[in-house]
Structures are given as C-alpha cells and as structure tokens.
Ligand binder design. Structure first.
Ligand code: NAI
Ligand code: MG
Length: 510
C-alpha cells in the first residue's frame, strides 16, 4: 500500500482550505431560503473530519413551500416552446463546464471523492444537460393509423408535473444529471432532495440555473434528513412522480409510499455485479477492468464489480497480476491528484464496510489483500479502508450476496461458461455485469444471457448520456439516460377528432 508523505500534499491543502465555514440554505423559487425550523446540521469533510459546512434542516413545512413553487412554475414552463426550454439547458451546460473545477472542489470537500476523477466528471456531466437540451424539441407524437372511419387520431407526449428527485451521497451531481435534464426537457418542474451527508454541491449548483435564465420555481432544492424532509416530499399530494437513486431499503419504502398516492416511481438501486474473466481474455486488460470496477471511487458505486468470477484454469496467475496492481494503489488525500483510493464517505458507511470484512472472515473467505482500516497522514477523519480482496468465496456467502458499497472484492472461481452464467445470475440484483473474453461468440452469448441492465464486454464502468442505464430484478425500475429515458417523464394522450359529423346511436360504442 502506498501512503503519500504529508509534505507532498501542499496543492491539495490549498484546494481544500479555499472552501470553509459555508452555510447552505434551501433553494426555492430562485432564492436561498432558510429552513422554517431555523435549524442547521453540520456536514463533515470525510478526509480530515473537519466540520466545514452548516446545512438547512428541512421539514414538511419547507416541502410545502418548495412543492408549491414548483407547482406554480409548471404551467408557464410547460407552455414555453420546447426549443426555448432546450436553449436554457444548453446555456446551463456551458455554465457547468465553466464551473466544473469549482463544483469538483466542493464535491471532494463534502464527499471525499477524488479530485482527479471529479474535475473530469463535472465537466462530462454537462453532456447530460446538452443531450436533453437537444432532445427537448424532438419529442413527437404520432398520427395513429386508425381503423375508425371518419376519425382522425393522434398522440401527444405531455409532461407529468412536479417531479421529486432524491439522490444519494456517492455521486450527488452526476446522479442528479441522470434525472433533471430529461425531466426539464420534457416540460416538468422539480424539487430535489440530496443526501444529508453531501448536500453542498447540489445547493451550489442551483445558482447556475438562475445564471442561465431559468424561470424561478422550475428547479428547487431542499436539504435535510430522509425521514424529516425526504418522506414528506414523497408523500406530498402535488408530486407527480418520484425519481430516486439510493439503497434498495429506502427505494422499497418510497415505492410503498408512492403506491398510497398512486404515483409512478423510477428507482436506481443497488447491485452485486459480476465481473467475469475467462481464460481466453487479455489478462492484463481484465486486471485493469476488475480494479476500476471495485476500487475506483473507493468501491462506493452502484455498479461496483464486487464479485470477480474467474475461470479456475487461470485463477492463480490472474490473482498474482491483480495483487500486483492492487498493491500499487495509492490511498490518501482525495484532493491530491496522485491518489487512487480516497476515504469512505460517511461514518456509518465506514462501520458497514468494516462489519462486512468481519462477516467475510467469519464465513471462511480468505483475505489476501487489505482487510481493515488504514492510517493516512492528515486523514484525521479516520475513514480509510484498505482495498480488500477475499478469495475462496462461495456465491452463497453474504459477502457475495449483499451490497457492501466499499472497496471489498469477492473472488469466486468457476469452471466453464455455463457455470459462470449460473453464478453470475444467482443474485437478487441485476444492475451490471462485465465479461472478459476474446471469443466473439461467447461475447454475444454472455451478453444475451446475463440478467443485468448493462453488460460491458472487455471494458467496465462505461456510462454516457447517450445510453440507457437501469436495473434488472431488485436493482431498480425504469431507465435513465439515452433517448428512451425521456419517456419516464412523459405521459401519452390520445386525441380523437371526428372528420364527419354523422349521427350515431349514442348507446352503442363502436
Ligand atoms: P439511502 O437510500 O437511505 O438514502 C438515499 C437518499 O434517500 C438520501 O437523500 C436520503 O435522505 C433519502 N431517504 C432516505 N429515506 C427516505 C425516505 N423514507 N423517504 C424519502 N427519502 C429518503 O442511502 P444512505 O442511508 O445514504 O446509505 C445507506 C446504504 O445504501 C449505504 O450504506 C449503501 O450501501 C447504500 N447506497 C446505495 C446506493 C446506490 O446507488 N446503489 C447509493 C447510496 C447508498
Ligand atoms: Mg460531508
């Protein structure tokens, strides 16, 4: 394990100390609005544990104000030409690119993600706003080939109304970008609730909507805890749909609540994604894919390739190569451009990951790398976990079945293609899967048979605004990104127009 000496961290300390003692209120109707409760809670920097920001503690009173603002803004926003809505999104995309570095610094401060990754990711995020800005005036209904004589029938795709968007702590701005531009392009307005652990970037981001010229009330954001502000938002009668990303427990609770008001939901939940390495693959590339799948972002991604399925014939040689790369991973200050693995984002998550390491040991898995907390100079937040690899894992073990959301890899050997498929699909989840092989037929057979919303062949972690993303099985409902995802924020109306005014028997439907 490489730990950087403290004297090399000068640049990162500078980036960090630029942002301190901030106070974040709600963003409602184009303005910063203090919480009705008057209460704020503290947000911490996961690297040094510093209390760096105060965040508004929202309640149902704030929810009412924000939803009302979004409801009032809806008719004019919906009536605006789609081209004009699209142009605002394009302008916003330009502003995101201009502010990318600032947004990245805020995210690293609050969340502990790597600055090296975030500075590129915030810039790339503009792509979602641009893509859906371009799509806004290409939402077209159809003229239906009607079988009814004397009738003209066409469809319209219309917005739903106010969308509640609830995001988790692992990637607040990116996961918002998977929802918000599609919903806005379709003509909806929004109330956003970021995670209580990482609210800062979303609130900072709100000022760009003002700058881009969006009408007040079209986009609103509330901060606070899931039970205190998330739950009343989900239960609010004026919410037309809930778009959620987070844990499957919360997703299920939100689905149940939404059912009471008969509101649709889209859910992007967890995963236990298999990364499957065949003996005929380019092993060095596969090693890089496996490492990026589980140790990038400290394993805190829904798409983490947390189950490595490796063909028995190459198990030992592959493990040697994997360990060599894993040992070179630099763990340290996320602001430092040379860091590969940063801290775990939240104290409860840190405890959860530690617990799973103990569970894996107790289940009889063999720890061949890492296996516990690490001390990092300056890292007084005490939230570092070493990249950890367990071999000898059986797919029935909890470490192979439950989402850990941390840098913990379970290695499961398999015999042949059939065996690999059986193990890969033996999971409640179905978010993503990776396949490493040089056999073209196998690529196609595997990509067809794997029960997952995304299959990567000889690559891992590729996502884009152009491509639909979402879960099979318990990993979620609905799709985000790509053209079809805009349908998640539209409803179809069928319009019938009589072309002949003939007199009909009113008691018989024809
Ligand atoms: P969570 O699912 O509880 O929180 C996600 C968002 O939902 C947050 O904004 C939270 O405030 C909100 N929320 C929670 N309960 C709610 C409710 N009843 N009504 C409305 N909103 C509610 O995730 P949390 O607590 O941050 O992390 C718990 C575990 O979930 C983590 O340990 C991790 O393993 C997993 N997780 C998975 C993610 C994924 O993308 N698959 C993302 C984040 C966490
Ligand atoms: Mg924080």
């Amino acid at each position: 394990m490489n730990v950087r000496p403290e004297e090399q961290l000068a640049g990162s300390n500078e980036r960090r100390s630029k942002h301190k003692h901030r106070t974040y209120a709600h963003y409602i109707n184009g303005r910063s609005v203090p919480p009705a409760s008057g209460e704020y809670f503290t947000s911490y920097d996961p690297f040094n544990g510093e209390a760096w920001a105060e965040v508004a503690r929202g309640t149902a009173v704030d929810v009412d104000i924000a939803v009302e603002a979004a409801r009032k803004a809806f008719p004019a926003w919906r009536a605006m030409t789609p081209t004009a809505r699209g142009r605002l999104l394009l302008r916003l995309a330009d502003l995101i690119e201009e502010k990318a570095e600032f947004l990245a610094e805020i995210e690293v401060r609050d969340n502990g993600k790597l600055f090296a990754e975030m500075s590129a990711q915030t810039r790339y995020m503009a792509g979602w706003y641009r893509y859906f800005g371009g799509l806004a005036d290409k939402i077209e209904g159809s003229v239906v080939a009607s079988d009814k004589v004397g009738h003209f029938n066409f469809t319209r795709h219309e917005p739903l109304g106010v969308i509640a968007m609830i995001t988790p702590w692992n990637s607040p701005l990116l996961l918002l970008a998977w929802k918000l531009p599609a919903a806005l392009a379709a003509g909806n307005t929004a109330v956003i609730k970021p995670s209580e652990f990482t609210s800062a970037s979303t609130i900072e981001f709100m000022s760009l909507f003002k700058e881009a010229g969006f009408p007040d009330g079209v986009v609103n954001a509330l901060t606070g805890f899931g039970a205190e502000v998330g739950a009343p938002l989900v239960a609010h009668k004026s919410i037309a749909k809930i778009a959620f990303t987070g844990s499957d427990e919360s997703g299920q609770r939100i689905y149940e609540q939404a059912a009471r008001n008969l509101k649709p939901v889209s859910l992007e939940l967890g995963g236990k994604s298999p990364n499957i390495v065949f003996e005929d693959s380019k092993l060095d590339s596969a090693v890089m894919g496996v490492v990026s799948g589980i140790f990038a972002a400290t394993g805190q991604t829904c798409i983490a390739g947390s189950r490595l399925l490796v063909q028995r014939s190459i198990h030992d040689v592959f493990m040697d190569k994997l360990l060599a790369v894993a040992k070179g991973a630099r763990i340290g200050d996320p602001m430092d451009l040379a860091t590969n693995v940063g801290p775990v984002t939240t104290p409860p998550q840190f405890e959860k990951v530690r617990t799973y390491i103990e569970i894996a040991r107790a289940e009889g898995a063999r720890c061949v790398h890492g296996g516990g907390p690490v001390d990092v100079p300056g890292g007084t937040g005490n939230q570092f976990i070493a990249p950890t690899i367990f071999t000898g894992v059986d797919n029935s073990m909890r470490i192979a079945r439950e989402e850990v959301f941390g840098p913990i890899l379970s290695v499961i050997p398999f015999d042949d293609e059939e065996d690999a498929l059986r193990i890969a699909n033996d999971s409640e989840f179905g978010l993503a899967a990776g396949v490493w092989t040089s056999d073209m037929g196998r690529m196609l057979r595997m990509s067809e048979a794997l029960e997952a919303g995304t299959v990567w062949v000889n690559t891992y972690r590729a996502v884009s605004f152009t491509s639909p993303f979402g879960g099979y099985k318990r990993s979620g409902l609905g799709r985000e990104s790509g053209m079809e995802s805009i349908r998640e924020f539209l409803q179809t109306k069928s319009v019938w127009v009589a072309t002949q005014m003939d007199v009909q028997n009113p008691f018989i439907i024809r």
